[in-house]
Ligand binder design. Structure first.
Ligand code: PEP
Length: 249
């Protein structure tokens, strides 16, 4: 379960949020579920300090990165910089980056490969818009995003990857995908990966994202191919996020 905090809160709020989350979770939760948070860049260092100081089993994720390792790219952050801050995961291709910042599959692919080179696991986000779904294009759109975003990533690297299926119409809307529909889309992604990479597809973790919350998490997680959640709004509230982590209780 990964909490995507987006552009919310200062580093002081991030410290409070991660501390509260750690009070709410116990060792059995971490044994069962890998827990991560993706704070804004300005809070990564603070969150890392809390995690290290208190020896927490909370993974740190970045929300974005640049594909170059260094250079004249004003305002950008590289994967190796993130790795130095004990960042384990980086979200790439979030629909907000695709829509607001014009990131296409080629850019997402470069970012995913850069993350892997630095030892940061990419969480590659894909998902159709409402218009695409209504036009019956959802499957084709998702297929195109998966093949473009994962192009030229070898099979041995694919198995460590995380993919997040996030229908755009479900993000931040309070309207989550029906569990059966999310399962169908995610099973389709797994089959697509199997077609190219064989049994590595079984090791790829595929998350669902889009208005996941304590009220719907159990039904979504009950589906065979849904391995976890990428949670935005609900992750800002440590009580709600902890309840999602403990979805089976
Ligand atoms: C997200 O931003 O990845 C997300 C799923 O947001 P929300 O849970 O708020 O829909």
């Amino acid at each position: 379960m990964i909490g995507n905090w987006k552009m919310h809160g200062s580093h002081l709020e991030a410290i409070q949020r991660v501390q509260k989350l750690s009070y709410l979770l116990d060792p059995a939760d971490y044994d069962r579920v890998e827990v991560g948070v993706a704070p804004p860049f300005t809070s990564l260092r603070s969150v890392q300090t809390v995690v290290q100081m208190d020896d927490l089993r909370i993974r740190i994720a970045a929300q974005n990165l640049h594909w170059q390792d260094r250079g004249a790219y004003t305002g950008e952050i590289s994967a190796s910089m993130l790795a130095k801050l004990s960042v384990s995961y980086a979200i790439v291709g979030h629909s907000e980056r695709r829509q607001c910042f014009g990131e296409d599959n080629r850019v997402v692919n470069r970012k995913a490969k850069a993350a892997m080179r630095a030892g940061v696991t990419p969480i590659v986000a894909v998902g159709e818009t409402l218009e695409q779904r209504e036009r019956g294009e959802a499957t084709a759109v998702i297929r195109g995003q998966v093949s473009g975003s994962l192009a030229r990533i070898p099979t041995e690297a694919i198995q460590d990857l995380v993919i997040a299926y996030e229908p755009v119409w479900a993000i931040g809307t309070g309207r989550h995908a029906a569990p059966a529909d999310a399962q169908e889309a995610i099973a389709g992604i797994r089959e697509q990966i199997r077609g190219r990479h064989g049994s590595a597809a079984d090791r790829v973790r595929i998350l669902y994202g889009g208005s996941m919350n304590p009220g719907n998490v159990a039904a979504l997680m009950a589906k065979l191919d849904i391995d976890g959640g990428l949670i935005g709004g609900a992750s800002l509230d440590p009580d709600a996020f902890a309840a999602c982590v403990r979805y089976w209780k």
